[in-house]
Design a protein around this ligand. Structure first.
Ligand code: DAH
Length: 342
């Protein structure tokens, strides 16, 4: 092939490669294939050649012309597709079959309550952790001082999996992991979903939420726990509440407490939320058992701490005036799509 044709071909290909849009493609097409284009000029050269070269040159010019035209149409197609894809990707797709596409959803009452709790705990310097829903028997029980065959296991009717693991019955199942991960001192909360084989009624569900917390440091005692709980619950309810402790047994704390707070809705006078008693039972807690600290790799002679298991589902029900826990796992949108937190 003639030198000039090779050069035209190469120039053309290198220009086409850099083209980004249809306008650029058109100007390159005109430059090479237009009336006064580079290749059109090269075709006109044929007249000036000796007869014996005319045939070969003519064929070569045609080869180059076909190639150029083919490249132009390939590039054209490519650019069209690219443009279409960009349009599709940037398009806002509205599902016209949705009954009312203006109506937006809302977060679940438990989710909103959890977010609010996390905000409060973070403002008090707590780290926030997630937990597994499937746990080893060790983490769920042994690591919180509930050995095999201990009667305390009967307090939580457990779902066992075929592989011996369990559906976490309480957020305390994460305590051991947290202690090993953070070491002492620590301040961590870990909300999560829990499962127990409960007989269902308005107050009992097989799937519910808790928010566990631990604070471990030197010289921590029950008065720290009481002060902390009072501050935390006052913040949760947005008003000053009183707290009171009753003895409660949980193998992972010693001493263990049932902690009640004065009903924030009736100021303790008696209402349907507190069942006229003026107090609500919301947050079992206690001083972390020495054995639990030891199993978490923390020396109980140096460090002490308290732990609590806040009833997150119960708190959400109170915030949203939901009087049947089963609603939380249902499709009852009237109750579940409330967006304001009280
Ligand atoms: N894990 C207990 C339960 O689900 C609740 C609990 C009690 C958690 C005392 C604690 C605690 O951290 O100190 O019944």
């Amino acid at each position: 092939m003639q030198e000039n044709l090779i050069k035209i071909k190469n120039d053309f290909l290198s220009k086409v490669e850099k083209i980004q849009n249809a306008e650029e493609l058109n100007s390159v097409r005109v430059e090479f294939l237009g009336k006064n284009g580079v290749l059109t000029d090269a075709m006109k050269l044929i007249k000036t050649l000796p007869n014996e070269e005319k045939k070969q040159y003519g064929q070569d010019v045609n080869v180059v012309k076909n190639l150029l035209e083919e490249e132009v149409s390939k590039k054209e197609k490519f650019l069209e597709e690219k443009k279409l894809n960009e349009e599709i990707n940037n398009a806002k797709i509205v599902d016209l079959t949705t009954p009312n596409s203006q109506e937006i959803g809302s977060l679940h009452p438990v989710t909103i309550t959890e977010h609010k709790l996390i905000e409060i705990f973070q403002s008090m310097g707590f780290a926030v952790e997630d937990g597994n829903e499937i746990e080893t028997e060790f983490n769920n029980f042994e690591a919180v001082n509930v050995p095999k065959n201990h009667p305390a296991r009967d307090m939580q009717d457990t779902y066992y999996l075929d592989n011996g693991q369990v559906l976490k019955t309480h957020t305390s199942a994460r305590q051991n992991y947290i202690m090993k991960k953070y070491g002492a001192p620590l301040k961590v909360v870990f909300p999560g979903r829990c499962f127990r084989n409960e007989e269902l009624d308005a107050g009992h569900e097989n799937t519910f939420f808790q928010c566990e917390g631990m604070m471990i440091d030197k010289n921590i005692n029950v008065s720290n726990l009481i002060y902390f709980m009072k501050t935390m619950l006052s913040s949760v309810f947005g008003k000053e509440v009183k707290v009171r402790l009753r003895p409660g047994f949980f193998p992972f704390v010693e001493p263990g407490f049932e902690l009640d707070c004065s009903c924030p809705y009736c100021e303790g006078k008696g209402c349907s939320v507190c069942k006229q008693g003026g107090w609500i039972e919301l947050c079992p807690c206690g001083m972390i058992h020495e054995k639990v600290l030891e199993m978490g790799g923390i020396d109980p002679n140096v460090y002490q701490g308290f732990a609590f298991g806040l009833g997150l589902s119960r708190l959400a029900m109170m915030n949203y005036n939901i009087n049947d826990i089963r609603i939380l796992n249902s499709g009852n949108l009237k109750e579940l799509s409330q967006t304001k937190i009280n």
